[in-house]
Every structure is written in C-alpha cells, then in structure tokens.
Design a protein around this ligand. Structure first.
Ligand SMILES: Cc1ncc(COP(=O)(O)O)c(C=O)c1O
Length: 416
C-alpha cells in the first residue's frame, strides 16, 4: 500500500463498516476534501502561469450534481464541458452557469445543438458538416471547432481521441475551411478546442500538443484575421492508477505550457484565454468503490468474487484498465494472485486480473481505488442489476448523494 490520498479513509475499518451497514454495498464513496484540494491545486497553477484561463469540468467523468457543487463552491467561476443534454441538465442542477460551459458533441443532432445554444453554452463543433446542419436552423453568435492535430495520446488506444483512427475533430489541414465558412455566415466570435486523449502522465506531451494547436491557430489568425476568445486543450491530465505510476508535476506542465503560449501571444487581455477540460484530474482519485467479498473460488485460477462487477465498474472490462484494490483496514502481505470478479454473467467481468492480494474471506470489505471518474458514470444495468449508491464523506460525517437504484426503478418506464 502506498501513500494514496484516501489511504487514511480505507484504513478506517470502523467508519467503512458503518457506511456499509448504513447504505449497503457496493457503493461509491467520495471525499469532499479531495475534490476541493484537486480543484484548488489546478486553479492555483493556472493562476500562477496564465493571464486568462478557464476550467470546464468534464461532466462525463462524473455527473453527480452534489460533487459538482463542491467544485463550484471551491471555484465559483468553474464551467463544464458538456457532451449531451443530460450533462447540461446536470450542470444546471449544480448551479453552474451554462454560459460558462463548452458543449462538445459528436455527430450532434440539431435538437442537441439547439438546446446547447438556448442554454447559452459555447458551442464546439466536431465537424464542418455539423456547422452545415446547424446553419439550416439557427446559428449561435460564437463558435468553436474541434481540432484533430493528427496525433493523440492516452493510457489506452480506446481513450486516445485524436490521430488517424479517431472519430473526433477536424484534421489540421481542413479546419481553416470550417472557420472560413462560419466567418462567411457572419459569426464573429471564435474559439478552438482540441481533446487528444485521456490519462496522460508524460509532462512533455502537453507542450507538444499546445505547439501543434498554436500552429493551427496561427494559420487561421493570419489568413482569416480571426482573434480567438479561447484555446481549449481539452482534458487529458492523468492520475496514477498504480503504485509505480508517478503523479504529474502540474507546475512543470503549466510552466512549459505558458512558455509555448506566451511565445505566440502577449501576456495581456488581447491574448486568448487558455481553457482546460479536466475530468480525471478533478474527481478520479477522490472516489472509490466499497464492495464486499461474496465468495472465494479455487479453480484453474483463484477468484475473489465481489458484489461489484463490470456493471459497477466498466473500465477494466472495457479497456483493461488497472485499479488498485485494498483490503479495508489492515491490508497485509500478499498470499497469492487472484482475479477479482463480480456477479455478472460474462467472462469479461473482471475488476482486476492476476492481482497479488492478502488473505481474504467472505464478508471482508474491499476498496477499489481511483474510481471517481468514469466509474459510476459508466456503470450500467447489465443482468438487470440496479446501479450502486453514492456517498459523500465530509469531514467526519457522511451522507447519501444518490440512493441505490431499485429493480422497480429499472422497470419504471415499462408499463406492463
Ligand atoms: C471533449 C472532452 N473534454 C474533456 C474530457 C476529459 O478528459 P479527462 O478525464 O482525461 O480529463 C473528455 C474525455 O473524454 C472529452 O471527451
């Protein structure tokens, strides 16, 4: 066990037993303190190096309005990166102003785009054809396009969102055509956005990406005489998911980014603002799953069967993602390797594979770490399993921030 920021919580067997008794397992547990400190750390470093900046929390990472409210309380001007009407709804529930939000869809319907305009979001279009669709209906006064700079980086190929295999964004050599079209249609305010991949822990990658973005903005500015309101680098700031991964040195990242940025722009109000859209960085390590050991099986492999499977945490089955798993209370030395699985009728139902783990018995509580981002948000009802409850820890107290789904909830739209 290393020095995970929530280690003191998962070592507190009394408190977690009380939570399990109160709310049952599996449940997602979040630390309010960690959400606040993640937000502060990011804001402080942006403030240190950038004249104008804006943070849009990537709602897709975790759309629980209670968690967004903590972010909003910590950073009153925080916006959101929304990708669906549901995410705009969540933003409003958290009292985040949609006017501070960017809306980035993909194969966006007119209905979705019109709603985003109506709510006042800054529209970021995925393609010139999205603009054509929109132009048939109503155009906003400001627009941004998503750049695919031709390369990307992510922990897994599945979460690398730029480059030749990516379905997102407009190639660098084509994007100027989109801005020209928008300019000809009378739009005068512009931004540019690029989201090239998630979970990056290589500091030198970020200035490389910004350099590529600025090469494109420079060309557009020169040819079309456009002044950008903002340049959004998207999300992508990674967090360690295992003991041997090193956390990002944020100071290095943003110092290097500022050198690239202010090499092109003056450090004054005439420069565009730097926007970022962090998901994982803000909420990833602030949450974990509390689960119970249901059964132990010695087969061709050794299995630890939990009450949480791929329906509760999809990332391992979807990408082969790794999450640290701790035995609540005293962890102890490993006695062998185990596959952690759940109750789902799929052989891909694994939370971890071949993981060294101490002795465990039925009823033990287990914590699956760093599941604050893309955890609950990607959970689902396969095998008609209700989704887990979500609990917030605030100093010494805890409260339910989403009740466990019931089987009746799942069928509430089937009027039989
Ligand atoms: C457009 C956009 N912005 C931001 C993010 C957040 O990325 P991350 O969680 O890596 O910060 C994503 C994630 O997929 C995204 O698609």
């Amino acid at each position: 066990m290393n020095n995970h920021p929530l280690l003191h919580i998962v070592q507190n067997i009394k408190k977690l037993t009380e939570i399990a008794d109160n709310y049952d397992t599996p449940c997602y547990i979040y630390s309010s303190e960690r959400v606040q400190s993640n937000a502060m750390r990011l804001n402080d470093v942006l403030k240190k190096y950038f004249h104008k900046y804006h943070i849009c929390y990537a709602i897709k990472a975790n759309s629980n309005p209670h968690l967004m409210k903590i972010m909003k309380k910590t950073l009153p001007l925080i916006g959101g990166d929304c990708s669906s009407p549901g995410e705009i709804y969540a933003v409003k529930k958290a009292e985040i102003d949609p006017a501070n939000c960017i809306y980035t869809g993909n194969y966006e319907s007119i209905t979705d785009l019109s709603l985003a305009i109506e709510e006042g979001c800054y529209l970021n279009l995925d393609d010139e054809t999205s603009f054509d669709r929109l132009a048939q209906e109503n155009l906003p006064t400001r627009i941004s396009f998503r750049l695919n700079p031709g390369f990307g980086k992510g922990t897994f190929s599945q979460i690398t969102t730029a480059g030749e295999n990516a379905k997102f964004g407009i190639p660098a050599e084509k994007i100027i055509g989109a801005y020209r079209k928008a300019q000809n249609a009378g739009i005068q305010n512009f931004g540019i956005q690029c989201m090239a991949g998630s979970g990056v822990l290589t500091e030198s990658y970020f200035p490389k990406l910004l350099t590529a973005i600025l090469k494109t903005t420079n060309k557009i500015e020169e040819e079309l005489k456009i002044q950008f309101d903002f340049i959004s680098m998207g999300g992508g700031l990674g967090i360690p998911y295992s003991d041997d991964e090193k956390e990002l040195n944020l100071d290095t990242v943003f110092f290097e980014l500022s050198k690239v940025f202010y090499n092109q722009y003056k450090k004054n109000d005439s420069a565009p603002a730097l926007w970022i859209e962090p998901g994982k960085y803000l909420i990833g390590d602030a949450g974990f799953i509390l689960s119970k050991v249901i059964g132990l099986k010695d087969s061709y492999k050794n299995f630890i069967g939990l009450d949480a499977g791929m329906e509760t945490l999809m990332r391992p089955a979807l990408y082969g993602a790794t999450h640290r798993i701790y035995k609540v209370g005293f962890h102890g030395d490993p006695i062998g390797t185990f596959d952690f699985t759940g109750p789902i009728c799929e052989n891909t139902d694994r939370i971890a594979v071949n993981r060294a783990f101490p002795a465990a018995k039925e009823g033990d509580l287990i914590a699956v770490m760093d599941t604050g981002a893309y955890g609950f948000a990607m959970s689902h009802n396969f095998n008609t399993r209700p989704r887990a409850a979500e609990i917030l820890l605030e100093e010494t107290s805890h409260r339910l921030i989403r009740r466990r789904e019931t089987i009746e909830d799942i069928f509430s739209n089937c009027h039989v």
